[in-house]
Ligand binder design. Sequence first.
Ligand SMILES: C[S@@+](CC[C@H](N)C(=O)[O-])C[C@H]1O[C@@H](n2cnc3c(N)ncnc32)[C@H](O)[C@@H]1O
Length: 151
Amino acid sequence: MKNKALFTSDKQDWETPQELFDQLNSKYHFDLDAAASHGNAKLPKYVTAEDDALSQEWGEYSSIFCNPPYETKSQNAFIKKAYDTHQEFGNTIVLLIPARTGTMRWHKYIFGKAEINFLEGRLHFETNGVRHKINAPFDSAVVVYGGSDHA
Ligand SMILES: C[S@@+](CC[C@H](N)C(=O)[O-])C[C@H]1O[C@@H](n2cnc3c(N)ncnc32)[C@H](O)[C@@H]1O
């Protein structure tokens, strides 16, 4: 039972492949990982579920990376938070999210409002820093608020 709980939790985490993160970080020079745990944070400065990034101000950070939790409620909330924060503070916010292009969140907060980079192929995410042998069962996109396509 304990193992099952661990497995389920790990599956929801879908850690960013290090190579992809390094590419993005070399371009955007992030100063915050907005969705992390003490074990999977990609940057020295990060926010965990316990501290709840959704209830915090993101305006003081100039460049934020966020691979939010994968369940629908969290995706909705983090994408809205990223959009609202960029609107208010003009900072750069980069999201790694599933390319669920038919959802309300994509239509309301992404299309026409952010730069969208659909990734070719399906990512090999990581768990505890170890690359999954099998790729993800969904397509992913890197969505950039404050990217070159949009102010
Ligand atoms: C998809 S994982 C990303 C992990 C890592 N930052 C990365 O990119 O590889 C999402 C992380 O967000 C954390 N999380 C869940 N709810 C959160 C919240 N409200 N605020 C901050 N982090 C949260 C989860 O515990 C999980 O570690």
